[in-house]
Design a protein around this ligand. Structure first.
Ligand code: PLP
Length: 283
């Protein structure tokens, strides 16, 4: 766990990206209990939703293969030739891909009805749901209780809900939203928490989305390249690049109290950088 200190804040980074080169760290945790439940109900297949560069889709394909299950990915937008590297990997892991238009993709209940077979177990887009949060709560089991602050990237809010569940009363959890103006996320996180967990402290930052989901600019890319050159920490453009940028900015602005012991969750997702042209990132 590499550590750095600045403005009397000590920070460490939990490298869940090192768990697997393709199956990003947090997706691995989030899927665990869905797989368990699908097996318990003797389903033969898991289906879910995602985009052409989705970490969730490729992680699901891999996890299903490992557990002897079939998998179906409902993919937003038309099929492209060649397929994205993410979808090529998902197919290699045996996933069946169904492409649907962007408007159709938003009618998930309708898709489920049309495709439904009794042996399919459905998982929400991004693994959102209580079982996903329970899996993410297991991330906290490997973490020392000495950390005063824990910070992670937030998409659907499932991972942070798990971190909140798994935290103790003295720890403060913060999240960096990677979607633009996604203020309903607070409520979506609350929905995954028990009354007791809802009383724990957590905050979401909405100022580090760089224009919106998967949007980027030269400031972000420059930061990511610099972080690699100085610290040898690889990050992705959708989640962890924005997270690390936010952490640096918050520390510089003295958001964390002096003496804070901060843990940054590197949730993986590096495969998502395959949407970039070569040579944009130095790693
Ligand atoms: C999916 C993902 C997240 C966001 O997790 P949520 O549970 O959807 O909030 C963060 N980081 C990476 C690398 C991811 O793939």
């Amino acid at each position: 766990m590499p550590t750095f200190s600045l403005n009397e804040v000590k920070s460490s980074i939990l490298r869940l990206d090192l768990l697997h080169p393709v199956v990003s760290g947090n997706k691995w945790f989030k899927l665990k209990y869905y797989i368990k439940e699908a097996l318990k109900y003797q389903k033969s297949c898991i289906a879910s939703f995602g985009g052409a560069y989705s970490n969730h889709i490729v992680a699901l394909a891999f996890a299903c293969k490992e557990n002897g299950l079939q998998s179906i990915g409902i993919i937003r937008g038309e099929s492209s030739t060649p397929l994205s590297p993410t979808l090529i990997k998902a197919k290699e892991y045996g996933m069946q891909l169904h492409f649907v238009s962007r408007s159709k993709f938003n009618e998930k209940d309708q898709i489920k009805i049309e495709l439904n077979q009794p042996d399919i177990y459905w998982v929400n887009e991004g693994g959102y749901g209580p079982l996903g949060a329970n899996g993410a709560a297991d991330i906290m089991h490997s973490i020392s209780a000495e950390f005063s602050d824990i910070i992670c990237a937030v998409g659907t809010g499932t991972m942070i809900a798990g971190l909140i569940k798994g935290s103790n009363a003295n720890q403060k959890i913060s999240g960096v939203s990677v979607l633009k103006n996604n203020y309903s996320i607070k409520n979506e996180i609350d929905c995954l928490l028990s009354d007791n967990d809802r009383s724990k402290q957590f905050s979401i930052f909405h100022d580090y989305h760089f224009g919106g989901y998967a949007k980027l600019n030269s400031t972000l890319l420059h930061f990511m390249n610099q972080l690699w050159e100085e610290e040898k920490i690889p990050t992705d453009i959708v989640y962890t690049g924005k997270l690390l940028f936010a952490v640096k900015d918050l520390i510089e602005k003295s958001y964390f109290k002096p003496g804070s012991n901060l843990l940054i969750i590197h949730s993986g997702g590096l495969q998502g950088n395959s949407s970039l042209k070569k040579d944009i990132l130095v790693f």
